[in-house]
Design a protein around this ligand. Structure first.
Ligand code: C2O
Length: 340
């Protein structure tokens, strides 16, 4: 019996009017050189100029041809397509959050996003930056996203104004600003990271999240790191809920709500670090093994590549990020010594 709920391809293709049989499986291209994703707080000006230009070109595609799947809003919509009940499988909601699909889905999403950006600036080595929020030096909002005059395309006005500049991120932020010194906050973050990455995720189900199949339906249960710190970082960046946004009251837009989060370039930087946490977790050892359930490995998703071609991709191809052609520039992980 077919257990995969993820015939996302069929669903989306149905809406897009393409015959699913015409959609090929994506074969990972051979890797000659890894794209190395740098820490956002440590990149040089040349990198920021390049990244800003790539996002700018993506936004220009929106104007040139709103149906271009590589466009900035189309790309943001891809994220939204798999959340907040935008699409359904039968009577069931399609969801890539709150289950074992969380890490693989977002890895594929960034994979294509990065390739599209690279192709728009003719740089096949282009790699997304990661927000190194697990290191004290990266616990502020990365400056490149907050310089409207220098890097206008990385800037987004729909963010929490109190969390700019020198403000230290709170990795358990769920809406309330708690009073604490910078040092306390950094220490709390370190302790929390050890707890989430090591103590609370000793096995695959706790880390990845629960199985998602036709029987379970959507949202069977999220992994430890998806819950915290992934979600608090979203909320910390987005506007305060209830704030007057002019045309409506804020529901956390952009970053604090699934339906708009892909509209903030910082999304991809945050998720690169979420993805990096996955690569680090895989090296911690003990009973931390990847999931080998075929329902997981054979689950399919649907994306467009940098040549506007639609593909079906499989979860199984995400388990080794280097085979996908990217890696993370090494940064120390001091939280690993914060066992309390
Ligand atoms: Cu698809 Cu951080 O959410």
């Amino acid at each position: 019996m077919l257990k995969q709920i993820l015939l996302l391809a069929e669903i989306l293709i149905g809406l897009l009017d393409i015959d699913p049989k015409d959609i090929p499986y994506y074969k990972l291209p051979p890797v000659s050189k890894l794209r190395i994703r740098p820490a956002a707080h440590a990149v040089d000006e040349e990198y920021m100029v390049k990244f800003n230009l790539a996002i700018k070109r993506m936004k220009e595609l929106d104007v040139k041809d709103p149906s271009d799947p590589r466009g900035f809003s189309q790309q943001a919509n891809i994220h939204c397509a798999y959340c907040n009940g935008a699409y359904k499988v039968g009577d069931k909601e399609l969801q890539v959050h709150y289950s074992w699909l969380f890490f693989p889905y977002h890895r594929w999403y960034l994979y294509f996003y990065e390739r599209i950006l690279g192709s728009l600036i003719n740089d096949t080595s282009f790699a997304l930056p990661y927000w190194n929020w697990d290191h004290p030096k990266g616990m502020r909002f990365p400056p490149m996203f907050d310089q409207p005059n220098v890097y206008p395309d990385l800037y987004n006005p729909r963010r929490n104004n109190d969390h700019r500049g020198q403000a230290i991120l709170d990795l358990v932020h769920f809406g309330d600003d708690v009073k604490a010194t910078d040092l306390q906050r950094m220490c709390n973050n370190m302790v929390l990271l050890y707890r989430q990455m090591v103590t609370n995720s000793p096995c695959s189900q706790l880390f990845y999240g629960k199985p998602y199949t036709v029987e379970t339906g959507p949202k069977p249960g999220q992994g430890v790191v998806e819950n915290i710190p992934h979600t608090p970082v979203h909320i910390w960046v987005g506007t305060v809920v209830g704030l007057d946004l002019g045309n409506k009251k804020s529901d956390g837009e952009d970053m604090g709500n699934f339906y708009t989060s892909g509209l903030d370039p910082a999304f991809y930087c945050h998720h690169a670090n979420v993805d990096r946490m996955w690569t680090i977790w895989q090296t911690i050892g003990g009973k931390r093994k990847d999931i080998d359930d075929p329902d997981f490995l054979n689950a399919e998703l649907f994306f467009y590549d940098e040549n506007k071609k639609p593909y079906r991709v499989k979860v199984r191809d995400t388990l080794n990020h280097k085979k996908m052609g990217f890696d993370y520039l090494h940064m120390p992980t001091p939280w690993r010594n914060y066992k309390l």
